[in-house]
Ligand binder design. Structure first.
Ligand code: IDP
Length: 149
């Protein structure tokens, strides 16, 4: 106790995770939820969701000037996604590490993108990249009553 009691302790965080339309279409939902459960994150919100175009444009607002923005919004609204609110120690960076690099060509085997994706446009999952994004994205995708206390 005392001196070492907080050694290695990390903050409990909430993050927004999503199985993108390609992941749902390809039947990867159960495998991805299985990995989340085995890792030990608590699922505090979960729904199958057809993203309205406006929500997609807001979610990816930081990319609105990029040449691939239109394609990105078309793709993310092309079918239902699984929206997931996760809670756990260091959940924001931890979930991103489970997903692997944005471009599956650079994603290590054992990561979701490394194991299941070949294209940067269809890379199976999303995860918030900071506490600010997590808060913004959770509020965009979930009403307050949809998240466990
Ligand atoms: P992230 O999803 O790993 O956080 P971001 O850089 O925030 O990556 O990009 C958001 C999403 O936009 C990516 O997951 C990917 O699907 C898509 N994207 C990123 N760069 C490109 C590109 O050059 N062409 C097509 N899609 C892209």
């Amino acid at each position: 106790a005392g001196k070492y009691s907080t050694l290695g302790a990390m903050p409990t965080e909430r993050t927004f995770a999503m199985i993108k339309p390609d992941g749902v279409r390809r039947g990867l939902t159960a495998e991805i939820l299985r990995r989340i459960e085995l890792k030990g994150y608590r699922t505090v919100g979960l729904k199958l969701y057809q993203i309205p175009r406006e929500t997609a444009e807001s979610h990816y607002g930081e990319h609105s000037a990029k040449p691939f923005f239109g394609e990105l919004v078309d793709f993310i609204t092309s079918g239902p996604v699984v929206a997931i609110a996760l809670e756990g120690e260091n959940a924001i960076a931890g979930w991103r590490s489970m997903m692997g690099a944005t471009n599956p060509a650079n994603a290590a085997p054992g990561t979701i993108r490394g194991d299941f994706a070949t294209s940067v446009g269809e890379n199976v999952t999303h995860g918030s990249d900071s506490p600010e994004s997590a808060q913004r994205e959770l509020a965009l995708f979930f009403a307050e009553g949809e998240l466990l206390k």
